[in-house]
Design a protein around this ligand. Sequence first.
Ligand code: ZN
Length: 461
Amino acid sequence: MRDLIFKKIFIPFYHYIYRNNSRVKAYKKLIRRDLLSYDDLLFIQWKKLKKLINYCYKTIPYYQKLFNSLDLHPLDIKTLKDYRSIPEFNKLSIVENKNELINPELAQKNLIINYTTGSMGIPAKIYRSLDDQENICALRARSNSWCGWNLWDKTFCLLTDQRYIKQADSLTGEFSVFLNRKNIADTKNVCPERMFSWVKQIRKFKPNYLYGYSSLLEEFSVFLTNENINIEGLKGIFSTVEPLIQRELISNAFKAPVYDEYGCSEVPCIAHECQKGSMHINIDEVLVEFEEAEGDFEAKKLICTPLYLYGMPILRYNTEDTALIKTESDYCDCGLAYPAIKLRVSKGNDNLISSNGKLVSGVVIASYIPAVTSGIKQFQIVQKDLLSIKVKISNYEGPVEENERNIRKLLYELMDTSSIKVNFEYYEEIPPDINGNLRPVISNIESNLSYKANIRAKTLN
Ligand SMILES: [Zn+2]
């Protein structure tokens, strides 16, 4: 009965009237497509792709120039093969062409800036319209629903968006948590005391699902296991943003299945696992092309086009990840017609640990760097030991002193200490690792979890 009231009254009221957004409407449209056939989904994909190409040609300065330089008109694109005549795009292309990629029809003040948490240490800003944001949330909600989640289910989030944390502390925040049934943990300065507070918060809120960065879920799982704390009643755990490495550990700690989401800041929610564990691509909203990967005969590069984002449209984005395409013989029997892939995602960021035992998510650091600096082409943060951090930068035209001051300030704040030594090194190009990757945040400390050995015995009130 309570769920029905939230489904029929509170959730629609929260989105339609209180927040004045289109999320519920978009979500309903998306879940209806779960019943469609593969061919129907492809038909929608093609229609949306044609609309996006036309729009880019008519409206977005970068694509107007690109199409002209290629002597290409949208009418020339009759097949996916024709579409491939548009060159691949990457993170550096976003940094270099940002101003010409922003949709001039949408006033800049109405756009929301997202910062990438990228795989190559390239700090890029992504611009979204309010509709883009809601469509991303609706697509994520549809993907979560493949694992039994409902729009009215209570969800506890281990993310690090401090804008929402501020909101949740206020009275209106409490009201939002009640109406929207989403509670967001304060993940600043993670330490045992902080995790005890999450336990209290979860026991009070009684969520059906947990949603969070995989490394935070992992840290919390180790803490719960070490402290012998049981969290009851969870139906599932959603892991996002970072590669899911410790599925079993997390599943055992929460006694619930763990589901993985695949996407990036540039192309959110590309694919999501179903209850049977297959990673299905949202092909009606994201076009994924598979291209030969250098030096790998099995796996393919993933070139993605988000078909629903118009604030800063991106065509043919190379995610830098590869995947194996599942053949028809190992098709998932969950009933969804969205095709499945087996991902090969490279290792993500490490978390940093300060001498006072506080832990900082590498994703958070990587996503805040573009917010506090300018003119940096590429960066890498390396924690050498508990007392020193090296920041590698390849810098063009950036205000050096200001960038250094801001990065130092950010690290002191996030690590909750100013006793850490931060040194800067400048490169023409930061050398990649042995696999050709450049992970933005690396820790040389043997285990990010080692500090847990020092957890003081505590009792929960
Ligand atoms: Zn499936």
